[in-house]
Design a protein around this ligand. Structure first.
Ligand code: ATP
Length: 234
């Protein structure tokens, strides 16, 4: 239907041993726009995101991406998602050119022309193995790989850690706005509140495995020194 959500999570809980990493999380993110997920390290952001991309199977609760379960139909869901994590997970011996080949072979919607333009914009050299690049340049290669198939949902999990402040503003935030302008959806997870305040229209706060609505920000404000910036987002 027309009211299908980009992300729909219902009653998702996850336990690691005695630790409750996700505590009955429910979330609806409509199609289009930038949704911010904020919270301290260990709050549960990454665990939630791993359920969205199907790398963790829900024990309790339900996940739908554009109405489809990432467990039941991973090919459909992964084809529509672009995913970038703070972890530097691209093989060090892969070249940028090989990254293109890989993208082309995996994603029917991979756009070579767009990828080439990003390559130029990010100042990536095609024949250089990613391992010889600086952390910042590798982070740009990762971003390229996450967006060159025009994902309907771009999921960025703490993507800023590898990027210097200028790259964050000029590259990351510009890309996010561009994708959102095309009517696509971005989930942006970060603990950099100024950044979230600039790029996100809506925000959810993770705290001890629970997802709190933005109205409750005031009550946990004391956990954060820069928290006041958050009031811009509401
Ligand atoms: P970060 O910004 O550090 O990624 P986060 O909010 O994304 O923080 P998670 O990575 O989701 O937090 O972790 C939430 C909690 O669950 C943490 O206390 C973490 O130690 C724990 N945890 C996550 N994955 C596992 C696992 N596979 N086994 C045991 N504990 C885990």
């Amino acid at each position: 239907g027309t009211d299908v959500m980009a992300i729909e999570v219902q009653g998702l809980s996850r336990r690691f041993g005695r630790h409750l990493a996700l505590d009955d999380v429910s979330l609806k993110v409509p199609v289009g726009g930038v949704f911010g997920l904020v919270g301290l390290n260990g709050a549960g952001k990454t665990t939630l995101i791993k359920h969205l991309i199907g790398s963790l199977r829900p024990h309790v609760g339900n996940v739908r991406i554009f109405g489809t379960s990432p467990i039941e139909d991973p090919v459909t869901v992964l084809g529509r998602i672009g995913y970038l994590t703070e972890e530097d997970s691209l093989p060090r011996w892969l070249t940028v050119r090989q990254l293109f080949e890989f993208g082309r072979s995996v994603y029917p919607t991979w756009d070579d022309e767009y990828a080439a333009s990003l390559c130029e914009r990010f100042q990536l050299r095609p024949n250089e193995p990613l391992g010889t690049l600086s952390k910042g340049v590798r982070a740009r290669a990762g971003l390229l790989a996450a967006i060159a198939h025009h994902p309907d949902l771009l999921i960025l999990d703490e993507p800023s850690s590898g990027l210097d402040p200028i790259a964050r503003r000029d590259i990351l935030e510009a890309i996010i706005s561009g994708i959102s302008d095309q009517g696509r959806t971005v989930l942006f997870s970060s603990h950099l509140l100024d950044e979230v305040a600039r790029v996100c229209e809506t925000v959810g706060v993770m705290s001890n495995g629970q997802l709190l609505p933005p109205e409750t920000l005031d009550t946990i404000q004391s956990q954060y020194s820069e928290w006041i910036i958050q009031s811009n987002v509401r």
